[in-house]
Every structure is written in C-alpha cells, then in structure tokens.
Design a protein around this ligand. Sequence first.
Ligand code: ADP
Ligand code: 5GP
Length: 205
Amino acid sequence: MSVVFVITGPSGVGKGTLIRALRERVPELELSVSATTRDPRPGEEHGRDYFFLSDQEFERRVQAGDFVEHAAYSGRRYGTLRAELERLIAGRRPVVLEIELQGARQVRKAMPEAVQVFIDPPSEAALRARLVGRGTDSPEAVDARLQTARSELQARHEFAHHVINDRLEDAVDELEAIVRRCLEETSSVALGSENSIRTGQKDTS
Ligand code: ADP
Ligand code: 5GP
C-alpha cells in the first residue's frame, strides 16, 4: 500500500522548498506532477514541474473525469491527474501531492486515508516577504495570493498535522518526522490492503 501525503498551505509559505528538502532526506518519496493552465515560470519544464495545459485541454480533461481533484486558484486552474496518481501508487512508493486548500478537501473525500499536512507561515508579514522575494508574481498577484492566504489560514484547523515554516531546517525536521512516523505506522498494518481513489469529485470553481 502506498501512503499518500497531501502538503497544503498558502502560496509562498514554502511548500515547494520543504518538499525538495524532504525528498533529499526521504528519497523514496515520489512527487505527483500536477496539471495547470498557468504559464510556465522561467526554468519550469512541462512534465517535470507541471503539465502545462491550455484552458480547452484542461476543461476537456475535467469533463472526461481525468482529475482526482481540481480547483481554480488566482484565476488559473490546477489539478491532480488520476492517471499520474494511479501510476505512482502502482509503484508502491509513498507519494506527495503539493496542492491548495480546495484540492486538499477533495482528496480528503476521495482518499480519506491520505495524510494531510498544513504548512503555516510564521506571520503574514513573512508570507508577503517570501512571495515578494520569490520574484515570480506581480505586486497585484502577490496581493491576490495574500488575500487567498487569509481565507486558507482560517481552514488550518481542518488538518491533523501542522508544520510552522519559520526556520527552514526546523520545519524540514518536523515534516520528516511526520512522514517517517506515518510510513512506519503503515508498514506495521496488515499487508495486502490497497489504495482506492473514490470518484465523483468536483471543484468549487
Ligand atoms: P510555495 O511552494 O508554498 O508557494 P516556495 O517553496 O516557492 O513556496 O517558497 C516561497 C519563497 O520563500 C521562496 O523564495 C523560498 O526560497 C522562500 N522560503 C521558503 N521557506 C523559507 C523559510 N523557512 N525561510 C525563509 N524563506 C523561505
Ligand atoms: P503556483 O502557481 O505557485 O505553482 O501554485 C499555486 C497554488 O496551486 C499553490 O498553492 C499550489 O500548491 C497549488 N497547486 C499546485 N498543483 C495543484 C493541484 O494539482 N491541485 C490543486 N488543487 N492545487 C495545486
């Protein structure tokens, strides 16, 4: 049985950075590559960072039921492709999804056994500084992401696991501890149980 980890939290909190560091420490973790309609950032590659789809192609795949979850975020669409997730689960290695709140809620329904971790910023000022410092968003887009972040932070109580990403090394230590504990617990449950992804998920866009 593959353990599926959902890492969520506001944009700019450091999810991508934490997951990169985590995968260096726990190399068997597989990262699910999402689909999006946003443009690639400099250095991003199709199939490695995201599957970059047109609006039409994304919608066609929504209608075809190709997504485990999908959501609108900052005017763009993002989603986890069922085929990608099933391929990784079939490899029997633990899988990480890095997704926003609406998607995490859909995965909670489709795969209640998935381990959901919310990454908290130390403060709103730190979150703004990270979004600005990353240099990938215009001032308007930073404001929009911060606006979304405020409502996402109100949902933090929905999550059993939390990591505050203040000092990066401490946060990676905490995330690694959660992941290793869950992997150990799962390896001690009965062999032979399989993952299943329930169907019928809809986004809230
Ligand atoms: P997300 O994937 O959640 O959108 P990123 O991983 O892209 O966030 O991080 C956003 C910015 O914050 C990046 O420039 C990253 O280098 C920086 N960052 C991440 N974690 C920390 C931290 N603990 N302290 C300071 N800066 C951080
Ligand atoms: P970014 O544009 O910064 O890469 O991502 C914006 C937001 O979309 C982030 O919060 C990121 O976690 C989220 N995201 C990335 N992939 C997916 C996905 O497949 N599904 C959902 N629901 N959100 C995603």
